[in-house]
Write a protein that binds this ligand. Structure first.
Ligand code: IPM
Ligand code: MN
Length: 376
């Protein structure tokens, strides 16, 4: 069996952590009897600065021939924030319609959590973040001082009716951004969440802010109720996003599958990363079950540590395990997570986890445990 995987190392520490990830995946392949063929794509800040290209038509056509993309990180101090994030990472998520952002929040054994009295039995849930809608659709505008608001009739009336203000004089500089939730966009990510819950503890929690943003999240709630009807054996609950940040900390054991709109999902999964031991340990998958999916650590490119061989590769290697899972290599995927837990028990961990191992030491150790060769 052979699997073809596209690799985008990207910027900063991206290439070195993905390199370790590819080695570990190969070792898992040797042990479980499949081959991996990696194809690298030079997408990222360097190429952008050289040629002005973020993602080309050719990149997208080529990448579309793969079922899985293994992604490191993007972000570079030479490029204004937002350009690479929107032009590469979000563009890939949207282009390939990767509507599920799957983020396991699981405390591996041997890892310390800042939550007192909680261990691996209490911290084990999955966030299913909607990945193509909400405030990420990129509809918005910004009016500079003195330019007038001719295209903002709705805001103009809102201002005068609701606040009794004249938008021209009282808000002469303003910006707005629109969140979009659709029936189909909500249905598909919720069905994914419920299907996942059927294979776990059969509980799905929905996150929203329907008490204030009642149009967008009112529709979200309606869809949750509709989809839940098809899964009578699954326990469900509605939560508000502000409260959920409280419960993640106080009672993480309540959660099994958490389904959330895009932006709240972004925020609560950084909180999740901390309770599972830090950003160095948090993997994510951007999934289109019928198309091209992409797997990445949820942390950024940490350009300060580029090329120093000190970054923690575990999030990326765990993301590699999610990648194998998506290709049907479930045993190999599980073996990688077990090997990660063993290397933590062996104390082979990087500085952020209180150890002295380098990026490649962690990779070597994992490759050896999986029974492969340890040469890079
Ligand atoms: C994430 C990141 C991205 C997001 C950024 C880099 C665009 O924070 O994957 O969580 O907001 O989704
Ligand atoms: Mn984020």
């Amino acid at each position: 069996m052979q699997h073809r995987v596209a690799v985008i190392g990207g910027d900063g520490i991206g290439p070195e952590i993905v390199h370790e990830g590819c080695r570990v995946l190969e070792a898992a392949g040797e042990r479980f009897g499949f081959d991996l063929e990696f194809t690298e794509f030079p997408i990222g800040a360097d190429r952008y600065l050289e040629t002005g290209e973020l993602l080309t038509e050719d990149d997208l056509a080529e990448l579309g021939r793969f079922r899985a993309i293994y992604f490191g990180a993007i972000g570079d101090e030479r490029v204004r924030p937002g350009i690479l994030e929107k032009g590469i990472l979000l563009a890939l998520r949207f282009h390939f319609d990767q509507y599920v952002n799957l983020r396991p929040i699981r405390l591996l054994s041997g890892v310390t959590t800042p939550l007192a009295g909680k261990g691996p039995d209490e911290i084990d849930f999955v966030v299913v973040r909607e990945n193509t809608e909400d405030f990420y659709v990129g509809i918005g505008g910004r009016q500079a001082r003195g330019r007038g608001h001719q295209d903002l009739e709705v805001l103009r009336s809102l201002y005068s009716v609701k606040f009794g203000l004249d938008i021209e004089s009282d808000a002469e500089e303003l910006a707005y951004q629109i969140g979009v939730v659709t029936r189909e966009g909500s249905r598909r990510v919720m069905e994914y969440a419920f299907d996942l819950a059927m294979r776990r503890k059969r509980k799905v929690s929905s996150v929203d802010k329907a008490n204030v943003l009642s149009d967008v999240y009112g529709l979200w709630r309606d869809l949750f109720t509709e989809v839940a009807r098809g899964y009578p054996s699954v326990t469900t609950e509605f939560t508000f996003v502000d409260a959920v940040t409280m419960w993640f900390v106080k009672n993480p054991e309540w959660f099994d599958v958490v389904v959330t709109p895009n932006m709240f999902g972004d925020i609560i999964t950084d909180l999740g990363a901390m309770i599972q031991g830090g950003l160095g340990l948090a993997p994510g998958g951007n999934i289109n079950p019928r198309g091209t999916s992409m797997f990445e650590p949820i942390h950024g490119s940490a350009p300060r540590y580029r090329g120093m061989n000190v970054a923690n590769p575990i999030a990326t290697i765990w993301a590699g395990s999610l990648l194998l899972d998506s290709l049907g290599e479930h045993e190999a995927a599980a073996a990688i997570v077990t090997a990660i837990e063993r290397s933590i028990a062996d104390g082979v961990v990087t500085r952020d986890m209180g150890g002295t191992a380098s990026t490649s030491d962690v990779g070597d150790h994992l490759v050896r445990q999986l029974g492969g060769r340890s040469s890079p």
